[in-house]
Design a protein around this ligand. Structure first.
Ligand code: CO
Length: 439
């Protein structure tokens, strides 16, 4: 495994994907380069065995699939998410402070660690909706320079700050944008000029802050990687690379990346929406298969829900379960929860362990401490649309939901290898809890 090469590609993807819109655009570019054909939800689909395709929804979720043969037995799928906790710029964003400063009005998207957003260069990226002759058009904008900062209050003005601080998003988290000058509407003018249109032509926008610090390797032997958005672009990237490198034989390989996992997935482009179920049904109909055959194929399908996992923290080793302790660089983390916040059970856990063994990559297990609630992810949410054997996994990381997270330098390559095995394999339901694994 060439860890350095994988990380170079991962870093380029992370640095060019400040939010979900860019992550999806970049994945589409990689899929296009790999020879996959673009489909549109609003147009008819003509599909051929032996070919690969991809489709987006809302420009912020993507599903790619490869059909090996018309009489495939099932779908081998990996699902991840491309959104991260972030600050969204509100409409009418400019606020003048003391007639001297212009700051921007923002609100929280998802549950982030607030402190690390302060005192570092930030910028803004997202999409604007522009008026055209025929209607409206989406344009992505990324102001690719150090532009804003959220300054801390000096310790002299709050001596107790190091004893714990409660961040108020309306007070503490507004970024300083510029000095107050003669110009009005400076922020909207900047966005319009970046989009190459006049201010009047921008009808609406979804714009988000992002941390300007690029991805790096660190540690004495470069054993760690650090970047914004590792949760969950690290898994999305590994899924994509494994999908392209795979050789699907008897099952359709399906790479899914959803938006809005950090806010509960309940959107048209989120895992609770119909995107996956609609896509699988359209594949089924395009291959002239009956609804019965669709349900039979779902029974012989497998979903890997891939979302990053908590590594043991070096300064807080007691926060992790006593017997299930994931570490960076120790491989794919299989996540368990008795309450089924994670979908893994003995069957899907066993299948995932066999996939890792076949791929020759290490794996480890995660369970929350019994006195801790922990988070959830998209695996159990997507069951309401497509119910099938599902395992929850992730890559071990520190500082989850910080704008700068830390992970292992080897783990992305491990997940690519496992994804390659998943997407090349088939799992046939044989009744009575028995499955034929063609790995
Ligand atoms: Co996540």
């Amino acid at each position: 495994m060439n860890f350095n090469h994988v990380n170079e590609e991962l870093f380029s993807f992370l640095d060019h994907s400040p939010n979900a819109f860019y992550a999806v655009r970049n994945m589409c570019g990689i899929l296009e380069q790999a020879g996959m054909t673009r489909l549109y939800e609003g147009a008819p689909w003509k599909l051929e065995a032996g070919k690969g395709y991809y489709v987006t929804r809302n420009d912020s979720a993507v599903i790619a699939f490869r059909i090996p043969r018309a009489d495939y037995t099932g779908f081998q799928m990996m699902a991840s998410h491309c959104d991260s906790p972030v600050f969204k710029i509100k409409a009418n964003a400019e606020i003048t402070a003391d007639k001297q400063y212009v700051k921007l009005n923002v609100e929280k998207y998802g549950g982030m660690l607030c402190a690390p957003w302060l005192d570092r260069p930030l910028s803004v990226a997202g999409r604007v909706i522009v008026r055209t002759q025929e209607g409206i058009e989406t344009r992505l904008v990324n102001v690719d320079r150090d532009l804003m900062i959220i300054p801390n209050l000096a310790i002299h003005m709050n001596r107790q700050v190091n004893d714990g601080y409660k961040f108020n998003a309306q007070v503490d988290m507004l970024p300083l944008f510029c000095e107050k000058g003669e110009e009005t509407d400076a922020f909207r003018r900047l966005i319009a000029s970046e989009a190459g249109v006049s201010v009047e032509d921008i009808i609406d926008a979804d714009l988000f802050l992002y941390n300007r610090m690029p991805a790096v390797t660190l540690g004495l032997n470069n054993e760690f990687v650090a970047s914004g958005r590792l949760d969950d672009l690290q898994c999305a990237f590994a899924s994509l690379k494994g999908f392209i490198a795979a050789t699907p034989k008897d099952s359709v390989a399906v790479h899914c990346v959803f938006d809005n996992e950090e806010v509960g997935s309940g959107t048209k482009q989120g895992a609770a929406g119909t995107f996956l179920s609609d896509t699988l049904h359209r594949i089924n109909r395009a291959m002239r298969r009956t609804e019965d055959e669709y349900l039979m194929s779902i029974a012989s399908s497998f979903l890997v829900s891939a979302d990053n996992a908590h590594a043991v923290h070096p300064n807080h080793t007691d926060k992790t379960d006593p017997t299930n302790r994931p570490y960076l660089n120790k491989g794919i983390v299989i996540k368990y929860s008795a309450n089924q916040k994670y979908t893994t059970d003995a069957v899907s856990g066993a299948i995932m362990r066999e996939i890792c063994r076949k791929a020759g990559v290490p794996f480890q297990t995660f369970v929350n401490r019994s006195d801790m609630l922990g988070g959830s992810t998209l695996g159990n949410i997507s069951q309401s649309q497509v119910a099938l054997n599902t395992v929850d996994i992730g890559l071990a990381q520190l500082a989850m939901h910080s704008p700068y997270e830390t992970a292992g330098a080897k783990d992305t390559a491990y997940l690519i290898e496992a994804a390659k095995v998943l997407f090349s394999s088939s799992i046939e339901e044989a009744g009575n809890g028995n499955y034929k694994l063609k790995l």
